[in-house]
Design a protein around this ligand. Structure first.
Ligand code: IMP
Ligand code: MG
Length: 188
């Protein structure tokens, strides 16, 4: 685990500071679960989590949903730097459920440019679901480059790199219970 100094995480040359604490995350996710349960009353939606980042959020979200639902996963791979996406995505794991005629809720950890969501929506639309909505814990509104609609948003955040609660930096730190944001360069 990274070095901790006054609550800040020091990771190589970067300093991350606490941004959304565990309690605030859980409080907001409880509200989101209730809202989705109300909106989908009498329906049995399929939650499709986008691996790997969404696994913790999806888990906490569905614990706060009190209607019948199913769960499946979709995995994309994007190539590029640890902190900057390459702008290219490919499918790594296909769905294992039949989405035809079903109500689909895509679950993302974070929407940055919107490319991943756009790719997934186009892919799923091909199988003619009854409806399709997107829920994302975090959205960086100023980074959006594609025309995508996020139906349920946990938090709008600045266009800075964040880690924890499923979100990684070079595949690590997903297991942090709160979300941390990149503050500055250690030597600055
Ligand atoms: P998009 O395709 O540009 O919207 O990027 C979405 C994906 O990029 C997310 O599913 C994350 O995997 C990753 N990502 C974007 N911003 C961050 C961040 O601040 N921290 C960690 N991963 C991020
Ligand atoms: Mg992701």
């Amino acid at each position: 685990m990274p070095e901790l100094k006054n609550g800040k995480l020091i990771i190589e040359d970067d300093v991350f500071i606490p941004f959304i604490e565990e309690d605030r995350l859980q409080e907001r996710i409880t509200e989101m679960g209730k809202e989705i349960s109300r909106d989908y009353e009498g329906k049995s939606p399929i939650f499709i989590g986008v691996l790997n980042g969404a696994f913790i959020f999806l888990s906490d979200l569905v614990k706060n949903v009190d209607i019948d639902c199913e769960i499946d996963f979709f995995k994309l791979s994007s190539y590029g730097d640890a902190k900057i996406s390459s702008g290219k995505v490919t499918l790594v794991k296909e769905l294992n459920c039949d989405v035809n005629g079903r109500h689909i809720i895509i679950v993302e950890d974070i929407v940055d440019s919107g490319l991943s969501i756009k790719f997934i929506e186009e892919h799923i639309a091909y199988y003619s679901p009854a409806s399709m909505k997107v829920v994302s814990l975090l959205v960086k509104p100023k980074s959006l480059k594609y025309n995508v609609k996020i139906d349920y948003i946990g938090f709008d955040i600045p266009s800075e790199f964040v880690i924890g609660y499923g979100l990684d930096y070079a595949q690590k730190y997903r297991n942090l219970r709160s979300i941390y944001i990149l503050e500055n360069h250690k030597s600055e």
